[in-house]
Write a protein that binds this ligand. Structure first.
Ligand SMILES: [Zn+2]
Length: 81
């Protein structure tokens, strides 16, 4: 006698077979891939501006590092009295 209860995925609404990778998130069951997609979607929908800001931040940071390097090279080449 089987005691297995059928489990349905909260994202795609298909039954999660016993051999499928099942993940429980916030007391809801998902296929592992469905949960990954869900989390990815939520992250994009809730923080599109933050993601853009992070993209923008990368460039000035690299530039300031380059400035520091060239400044240091100049300082090294400048004869000290
Ligand atoms: Zn699913």
């Amino acid at each position: 006698m089987s005691v297995e209860q059928p489990v349905w995925c909260h994202k795609c609404h298909l039954r999660i077979a016993p051999y499928d990778l099942q993940t429980v998130f916030r007391s809801r069951a998902y296929h592992r891939n469905c949960l990954l997609r869900l989390v990815h979607q939520q992250a994009q929908e809730s923080q599109p501006r933050r993601a853009l800001q992070m993209e923008k931040r990368k460039q000035p940071l690299v530039r300031s590092i380059r400035k520091d390097k060239s400044a240091r090279i100049k300082a090294e080449n400048t004869p000290v009295d």
